[in-house]
Each structure stands twice: as C-alpha cells, then as structure tokens.
Ligand binder design. Structure first.
Ligand SMILES: Nc1nc2c(ncn2[C@@H]2O[C@H](COP(=O)(O)OP(=O)(O)OP(=O)(O)O)[C@@H](O)[C@H]2O)c(=O)[nH]1
Ligand SMILES: [Mg+2]
Length: 234
C-alpha cells in the first residue's frame, strides 16, 4: 500500500488492496464514529419541498446539500445515511426529485436533497427553472455549510458537472466529492477514478481534498460520511 503517492493524497485512510479497504470505517477515531452514528440514528423529518426560491424554509439549522447529476444516487444516499428506506424518494427514472427537499435530523442538522441536473430529456424550461433555483440556493444560503457533490463512480466527472463546480467555486461554497455506486465498479477502476478526481480537484479552490467513496446499496462508506457530516451539527 502506498498511501502517500501524490495522486492519492485526496483519499483519507486509503488502501487499494481490497474493495472493503476502500470504504474503511475502522480507521476512523471510534469516538468520532460513534458521534456520527448517534446523530444519524436520530429522528429525521421531512420539513419542506421548495420548488422556488420564495418557498425555501427559514434558515434554522446548519445545512448539508446533496447535489449531482440526475440519477447519481442523491436520494438513496440521504436514505442510507439516515437508515431509512423511503425518507427521500428514489427512482430509476432520472429527474425524480424536482424540488429542494429539506430533512431535519434530530434538530441538529438539515439534510438537503437537491434535484439533479444533466438529465438529457429535460425541457429547456425545466433546465432554466433548475438553474435559477439551485444557483440561488447554493450561492445565497447563509446556513449552507457544505455541499456534497455526488459523482457516479462508473462515470467520473462529466461535462454537466462542470457548471456546478464553477458555481461552488465562485460562491466560495466548501464542497466535497462523494463517489456513489462504488459497488458497481472494480477496485482497480475505483482507484483510477479517485486519482483522476484528485488531480482535477486541485484546480478548484473551494473543493475539499478528501473524497468519500460510498455505496448506498451495499452500505459502504456510509459510517465514514456520517462522521464527516456530524462535525457540522449543532
Ligand atoms: N448499484 C447501485 N445503484 C444505486 C446506488 N444508489 C442508488 N442507486 C440507484 O440509482 C438510481 C437513482 O437513485 P436516486 O437516489 O433516485 O438518484 P437521484 O440522484 O436522487 O436522482 P434524481 O432525483 O433524479 O436527481 C436508482 O435506481 C437507485 O436504486 C448504489 O449505491 N449502488
Ligand atoms: Mg433524487
């Protein structure tokens, strides 16, 4: 294992030798792990679905936004983190989530499931509406602490992700890459995807260097992500 190879610096607790080692929760400080577990075991309640900027709920809690291409697995990740099957509605059909959905986690953190972008069949009007709503939310929301930018491990960064990266950079919004569906790629491909992403992230000033690797389906990397996000809770 060569944890310190430059191209892999973005990955914490990284080991390319086996699939399970790529999603380790065991290297994390047990106390931090427990804090994350306890937070995400709390009741999680749907607060509001906002289809326009005027419908956004009041800023009562620190917010974590989940953003990414349509179908990348945002809603599935919110469900996996909170241990609920049907909290955020998921679908095989891209474009399922069309509002910004707010979930209050135990009165301590707001999880925000954003509608996806890059859905080829979306009408121009739908794209305009998405852009207006999400741009405004990402750039003006004072309570937004971090955006988790989800990237499908099978695809890596794609052209439709670029405007979102630029938007976060320009808004100086701290964001972090979360690779999804890691169960669907071989460990060697995952290593390659991470190396490519780490190199790209160096060019983005608001990007956090650590990349989380997750599979909502196989519950991999979920405990580690809970630990990271728990640091933002009140
Ligand atoms: N293999 C695999 N499939 C997954 C995983 N997570 C989600 N999916 C599948 O990906 C599809 C889309 O999941 P969603 O969670 O609805 O995706 P989304 O990003 O919320 O989609 P939009 O709301 O349309 O933007 C569903 O068919 C899920 O079952 C995963 O970890 N592994
Ligand atoms: Mg969704």
């Amino acid at each position: 294992m060569d944890d310190h190879a430059p191209q892999r610096r973005g990955l914490s607790k990284f080991d390319s030798t086996a699939a399970d080692d790529i999603h380790p929760a065991r290297d994390i400080d047990p106390e931090a792990l427990e804090t994350g577990r306890l937070l995400f075991a709390k009741e999680c309640r749907f607060v509001a679905g906002a289809g326009s900027a005027s419908a956004l709920p009041p800023e009562t809690l620190p917010e974590i936004a989940f953003i990414g291409r349509s179908n990348v697995g945002k809603s599935s990740l919110v469900n996996a983190l909170t241990g609920r099957r049907v909290l955020a509605r998921t679908s095989r059909t891209p474009g399922r989530t069309q509002q910004i959905n707010f979930f209050d986690l135990g009165g301590r953190l707001m999880l925000v499931d954003l509608p996806g972008y890059g859905y080829a069949a979306a009408s121009k009007g739908a794209v305009r509406a998405w852009t207006a709503l999400v741009e405004r939310y990402l750039s003006e929301r004072g309570s937004l602490r971090r955006a988790c930018l989800l990237i499908d491990a099978r695809r890596g960064l794609t052209a439709p992700d670029q405007p979102t990266l630029a938007l976060c950079d320009n808004a100086a919004l701290s964001y972090q890459i979360v690779l999804t569906k890691t169960d669907a790629v071989k460990p060697a491909e995952l290593v390659e995807a991470v190396a490519a992403l780490s190199a790209e992230l160096k060019r983005h000033r608001a990007a956090h260097p650590e990349i989380h690797l997750t599979s909502s389906e196989k519950r991999r990397g979920i405990a580690a992500l809970r630990t990271t996000l728990a640091a933002f809770a009140i």
